[in-house]
Design a protein around this ligand. Structure first.
Ligand SMILES: Nc1ncnc2c1ncn2[C@@H]1O[C@H](COP(=O)(O)OP(=O)(O)OP(=O)(O)O)[C@@H](O)[C@H]1O
Ligand SMILES: [Mg+2]
Length: 279
């Protein structure tokens, strides 16, 4: 079942240039979807349509059977959690506790359940010890993790993350990959995210869309997507580093021509097979 469906969607900020241009896109329930594309492609604009922060000016957006129209705002916000590209757009409470509790309090959750949920969400992002701090005085990466916790606490059906890895150190980034995969698996939360680091995409995505100038120019499952090398090059998208290395070895005849490995694990298997003595 599709939890998100966009049909022929257009949007313009100024009435002259289309930030989104007749765009079609679907996301299945429980899927993990990466949206890639250069600066200005329209990724953040697209994401703001998912919970009604922006409304389509042409075409139709349906999320979890609800059309994205003004009347459905409250229900859409409940079902779609959004982690913004800039954490300063997200944080506005005086303590981390109140920040993470904010949406829950609005849902009339109180007492022990409130406390436990706040701690659960902070624990997921490794920030429990920051509970009494002021979010404004945190580092960029710490702010990102608090913003994430405040959204995860609501247990949305769809989690939309606009460049969640920006400002994260390698350890936090790896922790976040693990955590997102975990909540996708255990809570069935659908994930839609954008990022510029191609090495992370294979660790986190089932499906990938490439946007350019407000349009979806390529989409498919992970391995289909990265094996369309010529199209990716045309749009100046690079491969994951291990895939690029394998591509060079294939070009030199050192590895058999077949589907590119996308992760270190897949590359290791392929190289071990190539190194094994021929019987
Ligand atoms: N608030 C705004 N007012 C006017 N134009 C905007 C606004 N926000 C974005 N745009 C324009 O809309 C287009 C799409 O921008 P968007 O922020 O969606 O791109 P993006 O793919 O998220 O880029 P990035 O990778 O830099 O975050 C760009 O041409 C941008 O200049
Ligand atoms: Mg953006």
């Amino acid at each position: 079942m599709d939890i998100i469906k966009l049909s022929d969607v257009s949007f313009s900020y100024d009435g002259k240039h289309n930030a989104l241009n007749h765009l079609d896109l679907t996301v299945g329930q429980g899927e993990r979807v990466a949206v890639l594309g250069p600066n200005g492609a329209g990724k953040s604009t697209l994401f703001q349509l998912f919970n009604g922060l922006l409304l389509p000016q042409g075409g139709r957006v349906v999320v979890d059977s609800l059309p994205v129209v003004r009347e459905n705002f409250i229900e859409l916000r409940r079902r779609v959690g959004m982690v913004f590209q800039d954490s300063d757009d997200q944080l506005f409470n005086a303590t981390v506790y109140r920040e993470v509790a904010y949406g829950l309090v609005n849902m009339k959750i109180a007492g022990e359940e409130l406390d436990n949920t706040v701690r659960w969400a902070l624990n997921i992002v490794g920030m429990e010890s920051y509970i009494h701090r002021n979010p404004f005085n945190l580092s960029g990466g710490e702010k990102k993790r608090i913003a994430l916790a405040s959204v995860i606490a609501m247990k949305p059906k769809v989690l939309v993350l606009d460049e969640p890895f920006n400002a994260l150190d390698p350890r936090s980034a790896s922790h976040l990959v693990h955590m997102l995969n975990d909540i996708n698996k255990t809570l069935g939360i659908t994930l839609i995210f954008t990022l510029h680091d191609m090495d992370i995409v294979p660790l986190l995505a089932d499906k990938v869309y490439l946007m350019d100038k407000g349009e979806v120019v390529l989409g498919g499952n992970l391995s289909e997507f990265f094996n369309q090398k010529d199209i990716l090059r045309r749009f100046e998208l690079r491969l994951p580093r291990v895939a690029h290395l394998a591509e060079l070895l294939m070009r030199d005849g050192r590895l058999d021509e077949k589907g590119l490995p996308l992760t270190i694990g897949q590359a290791k298997e392929m190289i071990e097979a190539a190194l094994a003595p021929k019987s």
